[in-house]
Design a protein around this ligand. Sequence first.
Ligand SMILES: Cc1ncc(COP(=O)(O)O)c(C=O)c1O
Length: 385
Amino acid sequence: MELDDSILNKFGFIARGPKDAINIDPLQTGGKLTEDARKALLEWGDGYSVCDFCGGVLDLIKKPPIEELIHNALPAFLDTDAVRITHGARESKFAVMHSMGQEGDYVVLDELAHYSSFVAAQRARLNVKTVPHSGSPEYKTDVEAYATAIEEVISETGKAPALAQVTYPDGSYGNLADVKRISDICHSYDVPLMLNGAYSVGRMPIHAKKMGVDFVVGSGHKSMASSGPIGVLGVKEDYADIVFRKSPTHKVKELELLGCTARGATVMTMIASFPEVVRRTQNWDNEVADARWFSAKLEDMGIIQMGDKPHNHDLMFFEAPVFYEISQTAKKGRYFLYKELKKRNIHGIKSGLTKYFKLSTFQVGRENLSYIADSFQEIIDTYQK
Ligand SMILES: Cc1ncc(COP(=O)(O)O)c(C=O)c1O
């Protein structure tokens, strides 16, 4: 097939529709670039831009201050010993699972773990044992069941799991589990614990050592105002030589990172946003207050918030019987809610969802949250007339 203009004309610059909308999609709120990151994206957008300054090891680049970020600022920010940047939370999790486990070993995951945790385990040829949650309406992970899961693995295989993981918060209900208790349980069996902080690192304070976790994972594009794909991985010093072991043939190249990771605009946007990201984690109490305020507004409309109550995170899951009822008779059926919100420049509740949906209030601000709540009420009033 020839690549003629009828095909090539489909490409080139493409505008992004929802770019300027009020976006409450949990995937989007924490990855919005700061002004400095937007500038950095243009400045460092060419291919391997940071490699002009590299002596062979990405994380040792002095200018721009990548070494400072990776070896000083991020360890302090995460309260961990050794840090590397990766291409995302999933790549961080895979690096840990692949280096800590042998083929056929088990990894213990909370049942609400993101699919990428399961897929990372599968790619690392590990088996998964899950820890249940309480089901509707709270969906609380049964923290004590980490012990049961570990004991089951020991009795079935004669060997402790290679690793346990907790998703903090889980990506469905935004619940924050008692990590310290989970870590005490895991460590009593000598099982190291990984914290998947895709929705917490960069939003709220995370102290890996204080929480007792051995590995901490973050997602730059989800929660650190960075252009993806980029993630962070923090490792306790006991395990740093395992996870960051080097190639026998290429002595400075770390195997799990395939030698080197974010090598251009992605790391430079993370650097550009970092001061603001640190500051915003210090403002976390206000974010929680906004989430609770918004949740209460929706509950007044008969829209029920699931998960931890009062809620402790900006990611929230709602059951909205009122929107479901409307969808049964609305002309646009179940697409009515998406269309009504779009008309009001509000984006992020997936098209076609009415009865159940999740959203995030992070960095949206009271004024916009108020506008969104008023819009919900207006939509209900319009259709229930
Ligand atoms: C809880 C959770 N962890 C991890 C991920 C994946 O993050 P990344 O894209 O950085 O691999 C997601 C993405 O939605 C998520 O919700």
